[in-house]
Design a protein around this ligand. Structure first.
Ligand SMILES: NC(=O)c1ccc[n+]([C@@H]2O[C@H](COP(=O)([O-])OP(=O)(O)OC[C@H]3O[C@@H](n4cnc5c(N)ncnc54)[C@H](OP(=O)(O)O)[C@@H]3O)[C@@H](O)[C@H]2O)c1
Length: 285
């Protein structure tokens, strides 16, 4: 059974290479019928030439979503009539809420993923920077993955099934909501968050507001977003956040699905998050 790939970019091409290893046919969707050639290069010199078949307009039973969050609703809307009953969606993106505005049919299996792997593209060449942890899970916390995901996991380095994916997404989102906008606005590497009093103050305000919200959403929220954000900033000190990279490239950012997602939750609870609101207003969405 074919997997369709919406978003044959950096992460999408990496996922397509795992699907190919697993012997699962994959074709991209949403960019016409022409096939796409990609060459993946790993840090140890391994490489893989990959031909992604183009869209055939067929019924979609399995779909990987690796568009940027802000492109997702427009990309997926025209595909909704093609989704089979009970289709499996695997969304692997930073940020939350990219499918919220869509009238998704009932009965879909929505697997959520988050990854700390990294890849970037130069034309047809996809450089894999690192294959780190990837967590996949269903929001309702099912202990076992759907069969199609179970068949894929052994071929996906660092991937594992996760029964508390929502908690893991919230933990990652809270850290991203601190590091990404500050590094993007100040055009600085992640580590610059740790050694500048003004940036630390901004980070503290964002982290405290995120904790206040998550405590309302989940009484067991562990808090200390500030400590976790600083630890990640230190551990990735030389790295460029994806939001900073997007701003530098003159592109829209995923701010509406990171800090913007927090604002939408806060609005529903009658809370105000002024530090996050400032960031959402300041960055291109
Ligand atoms: N890259 C990383 O290292 C990394 C790491 C962790 C998480 N992530 C997350 O993974 C997600 C994807 O990031 P990325 O870096 O892979 O982005 P990317 O390289 O920009 O890939 C996104 C792809 O979506 C495609 N796309 C956009 N609109 C489309 C449409 N209407 N129909 C079909 N395809 C469409 C784009 O196609 P065109 O090229 O044709 O425009 C592009 O190839 C983001 O949420 C990001 O935060 C990325």
């Amino acid at each position: 059974m074919t997997w369709y790939l919406l978003g044959a970019g950096n992460i999408g091409t990496l996922v397509a290479s795992y699907l190919a290893r697993a012997g699962q046919p994959v074709r991209r969707v949403g960019r016409g019928p022409a096939p796409l050639q990609r060459n993946l290069l790993w840090p140890d010199g391994r490489h893989q030439a990959l031909t992604l078949a183009g869209d055939d307009g067929g019924l979609i039973q399995r779909l990987v979503i690796t568009t940027k969050a802000q492109d997702t609703a427009d990309a997926l809307r025209p595909l909704l009539p093609r989704l089979a009953n009970g289709a499996l969606l695997l969304r692997l993106q930073n940020g939350l809420g990219s499918l919220d505005a869509l009238p998704l049919p009932e009965g879909l299996q929505q697997v959520e993923g988050l990854t700390t792997s990294g890849a970037w593209r130069d034309g047809a060449q996809v450089q894999v920077v690192a294959e780190n942890d990837t967590l996949l899970g269903l929001a309702q916390g099912d202990p076992e993955p759907p069969a199609d995901i179970a068949a894929l996991l052994p071929h996906w380095p660092g991937a594992r099934w996760c029964t508390d994916i929502r908690r893991q997404q919230w933990l990652k989102l809270s850290v991203n909501a601190v590091i990404n906008p500050i590094t993007a606005l100040n055009d600085c590497p992640n580590g610059a968050l740790c050694d500048d009093p003004a940036r630390q103050q901004q980070a503290r305000a964002l982290a405290d507001e995120a904790d206040a919200l998550f405590h309302r959403l989940d009484p067991d929220w562990p808090g200390d977003t500030y400590g976790r954000a600083l630890a990640v900033a230190r551990a990735t000190a030389a790295n460029m956040s994806s939001m900073r990279a997007d701003v530098r490239a003159g592109q829209r950012t995923e701010i509406a699905y990171i800090n913007g997602w927090l604002l939408r939750q806060a609005d529903q609870l009658g809370m105000s998050l002024p530090a996050h609101r400032l960031m959402v207003a300041a960055l291109p969405a």
